[in-house]
Design a protein around this ligand. Structure first.
Ligand code: SF4
Length: 236
């Protein structure tokens, strides 16, 4: 969705035939839903709590995780948790977009970002998109044991720590102690997810919301790649 906002911002300058200028209402082209999913804000809390948007359809970009801000066009560490609706596999398309009807499967319960996005006039969404973002804590703090586990994982698998270790590896790729520390973090993250899946716990569907995306995938954001089982090297 943010890619869409940026594109509309660019297209609005100086071209009188631009779609941005000609449009004055939604014609259900679906482009905004195909370009990326929305972030969840405080205003959406009731939708989540009532189960209108189930947690299994959300994922978390964890605090300090590197993420691309389409508006600023930079990759930077997330200042807070950024909770988003999942995209379809290998696509930027929102999981709730129905291409056959070019519509939203949860239209009546769509998040506030989708309500505010008017591609023909992006002022409101641009001033809103990075405000009132809700965190995992605000959504599940009341579930004691689960929140304790999330906090432990957040601390043990901190992206600040990962960024520091990645920098050290890039400076000296033969630093085995640092490699071992990083591998331990990634192994813990993988083992925790595997354990939850094996227990067939109800929360296994919510792994990417509870613990963010697997480190084994996001480690590439830090310029590292898997060399062999749980050994990492810098991307050449
Ligand atoms: S929630 Fe609905 S309106 Fe919002 S991006 Fe997804 S499909 Fe589109």
């Amino acid at each position: 969705m943010r890619t869409m906002i940026k594109q509309r911002k660019k297209k609005s300058t100086g071209n009188p035939t631009d779609l941005h200028i000609r449009k004055s209402s939604c014609n259900r082209c679906g482009i905004c839903c195909k370009k990326g999913s929305p972030t969840i804000h405080f205003e959406d809390r009731e939708l989540i709590e009532k189960g209108n948007i189930p947690l299994k359809y959300l994922f978390t970009i964890r605090q300090h995780e590197l993420s691309f801000d389409n508006i600023k066009e930079i990759i930077e560490p997330a200042k807070t948790d950024i909770i988003k609706i999942k995209n379809k596999k290998d696509s930027h398309e929102c999981i709730f977009f129905d291409p056959d009807h070019s519509g939203c499967q949860i239209y009546q319960d769509r998040p506030v970002e989708c309500r505010k996005l008017r591609c023909w006039d992006t002022k409101e969404i641009l001033s809103f998109y990075d405000t009132t973002r809700i965190s995992r804590k605000e959504l599940i703090f009341s579930i004691d044991e689960l929140w304790d586990l999330i906090q432990y994982h957040q601390d043990r698998c901190s992206y600040q720590k990962i960024a520091e270790l990645a920098d050290q590896i890039k400076q000296n790729e033969n630093n085995h102690l640092v490699l071992k520390k990083l591998n331990n973090i990634i192994q813990y993250d993988s083992s925790l997810r595997q354990l939850i899946i094996e227990k067939n716990s109800m929360i296994s569907e919510m792994l990417e919301f509870l613990f963010g995306r697997p480190l084994i995938l996001t480690i590439s954001l830090y310029g590292l790649k898997q060399k062999q089982s749980f050994l990492y090297d810098r991307c050449k």
